[in-house]
Design a protein around this ligand. Sequence first.
Ligand code: MG
Length: 160
Amino acid sequence: MNLRIGYGYDVHQLAEGEDLVIGGLTIPHEKGSVGHSDADVLLHVICDALLGALALGDIGTHFPDTDPAYKGIDSKILLRDTWALVQARGYQLANVDSTVCLQRPKLKPHIPDMRACIAGILGVDMDRIGIKATTTEKLGFVGLEEGVSAHAVVLLEAQA
Ligand code: MG
């Protein structure tokens, strides 16, 4: 078997006075995501999916939120380091697919730049990086604008 699938899910609280960082971009908004790192929910789920695909635990195992070294860290660094772990085990990326759940603001205009950012970190073409966005129709914590969540799946292929 030379294919491995991985899945990630994450949630961050939204609060005033924080930056809204999603997919490596800072998106203008009156609220931002709260977390030990820059709280980039999309990069976190992609890290978790990559780690999960190789049964390497989760992002908290590798980059503990109790470690001051990761306080306020740019999650692009976490994704870069996670990707290095995957590559060191001889795997390449078939594709990533993801969904970000956020009531406001609309993410659609930012998705091309997010895809380019993630593709750049992973060293792949943009057509391997899927990002979708949805509201939750004003239902639940996302709909009430209390938080942002995201899901991602990845498929890895062992290098020949
Ligand atoms: Mg997170």
